[in-house]
Design a protein. Sequence first.
Length: 382
Amino acid sequence: MRLYERYLAKQVYLTFAFILFAFSGLFFFFDLISELNAVGHGNYKFSYAVLRVMLQTPSRFYEIIPVAALISAIYVFAQMAASSEFTIFRVSGLSTHRALGSLLKIGVPIVVLTFVIGEIIGPYTDQLSERVRLEALGSSVSSNFQSGVWVKDTVPGNGATAQVTRFVNVGELKPDATISNVRIYEFDSQFRLADVRTAQSGRYMRPGQWLLKGVTETQLHDVAPAAATAKDVLNPVYKSAQVSMPEYPMRSELTPQILSVLLVAPDRMSMTNLFSYVQHLRENHQDAQRYVIALWRKVLYPFAVLVMLVLSLPFAYLHTRAGVVGVKVFGGIMLGMSFQLFNTLFSHIGTLNTWPAPLTAATPGLIYLALGVFALRWADRH
């Protein structure tokens, strides 16, 4: 790394660290205020609220990093323009292309940091944060339905048995990944209801198997009509047999990882969990658009740091008379916030209109990259 690159990297990294912790402190304060509504319920004390918000800090880092990189680079370039340091660099032979290449080189470690936080640290601490809250409140996770979570589960046949399609209703998902108040509606290969099974609780034993406890099983069988009576396909006749079992091992493709997506929002899940859940939805012929877009956003989001750095470089070509440092930093804040808002809005629009997920995830970044390149060329010419 050249001498001027080391100098620029030192300034950018120090400013980046300060801005990142300043913004995260601000979000910590607001998150803690919103969490105070739950304090006093069950065993949820103020210390648990502080711990929960602290565990959410890595995800806040992940969200803030591109904006912090933009603001820190703008601040450094504005200071260098005010003291004519960048002008000296240009007179010494620093071209726009070399400056851009050096700035992107400086941004690579920040991209790696974003990936590590978003893929490893953030999802783990988010799930841990939810478990802390749920255990303190003594509650469980469920969907927006009052009946709980509904999941489609298809078990392929193995030659001796035909394919089975189930609709599983999980009333409660405990923080330790055990389930309770389970109802299972099982259909045969011709999509006729064959079995209704209820269980008080369930625990994942090994890959492909759950152990249900307190099981009541109702089996339905067709009853052939009497010879003198014509068969009515609209009003079939069934007979049922009910059996109670203390335990029942059930083969299933569902895993605690698939159910754990309920603990965190798609944008805060890891790419591996998102990919496995998307595969599960597709295998069961369910709509996976929301999660596919979230997966592509996770893949492309770290590179938003480089886009933000491209946007910051034109500020180095604006002399102090074109605006004071504070105005430039404020403009950078507005630019970064507009990117975040546009990125979120575009993903919702893409979900509603079922646009291709890679295009939906990449379009905001490409638009702001084009804006940065255009502003850089204009500043270089003028």
